[in-house]
Write a new protein. Structure first.
Length: 245
């Protein structure tokens, strides 16, 4: 799974250089598809329940599952969430990052920072003996302290030889509740945070989920293993420590 995770990390890291004003979301898709193939991996999303692309590209008020398009250009001041996963030698890894397009407003910088920090706080709870609710509550507490809201319709998940496995992992909940974390479990932890209210609606394409009130949304994700030495972030190199992205 770590080898799959390093492919995900490399592709998302490369996409940082492609995200710029004037690029299209299809440019991002083509980059991800090419680099996934070069690494001998299979894209996890393409064909999953009929999803048409390798990458999910969600702009501004889009929360998740935005479909890449040659007619969708990035503009200065946008934010774009990139969600990406692969299967490599029978194992899956999944991660997401939200990136600024050029210079963004200070309130959007805060949204991105708080969402990433909520992921960091959740990852820190991935330890044997903790409860699933400890992970969920870490996200909710940090997000709501900063007066943002947690999306409730979409959740993180277990991951392994399938992309989505039990348990489901909401980004809200009570500490001390839920299944106890055990060594060897692997979770895809993915805070989705709205600048406004938490409600969601899905567009006519049946995939793109947007904020009901038109507020902007951020999404960060890592695949994380429970080990006796604490959390192991499988979707980044082991030598990297500190903030998750």
């Amino acid at each position: 799974m770590h080898r799959a995770g390093l492919i995900v990390w490399d592709v998302l890291a490369g996409l940082r250089e492609v995200v710029r004003p004037g690029a299209t979301t299809m440019d991002l898709e083509k980059f991800a598809a090419r680099h996934t193939a070069e690494r001998g991996a299979r894209p996890a999303f393409k064909g999953y329940l009929g999803y048409p692309c390798v990458l999910c590209t969600s702009l501004n008020d889009e929360i998740v599952h935005g479909i890449p398009s040659a007619s969708r250009g990035l503009k200065e001041g946008d934010i774009v969430s990139l969600d990406f996963g692969v299967e490599f030698e029978g194992y899956y890894a999944d991660a997401a990052v939200t990136l600024p397009v050029g210079k963004i407003r200070p309130e959007l910088e805060t949204l991105l920072r708080v969402t990433r920090e909520s992921l960091d706080r959740a990852i820190d709870k991935v330890r044997p003996g903790n409860r699933l609710g400890d992970v969920s509550a870490a996200v909710q507490e940090w997000v709501e302290r900063h007066r943002f809201s947690v999306v409730r319709e979409f959740v993180g998940h277990g991951i392994g030889t399938k992309m989505h496995e039990e348990p489901q992992l909401p980004n809200y909940g009570d500490p001390g509740r839920g299944p106890r974390l055990q060594e060897g479990m692997v979770l895809a932890i993915e805070p989705m945070v709205n600048a406004g209210r938490p409600e969601v609606k899905v567009l006519q394409d049946k995939w793109t989920a947007v904020t009901a009130d038109g507020s902007y949304s951020a999404h960060f994700e890592h695949t994380v293993a429970v080990t006796s030495n604490g959390p192991w972030v499988l979707t980044r190199p082991r030598e990297i420590t500190g903030p998750s992205w």
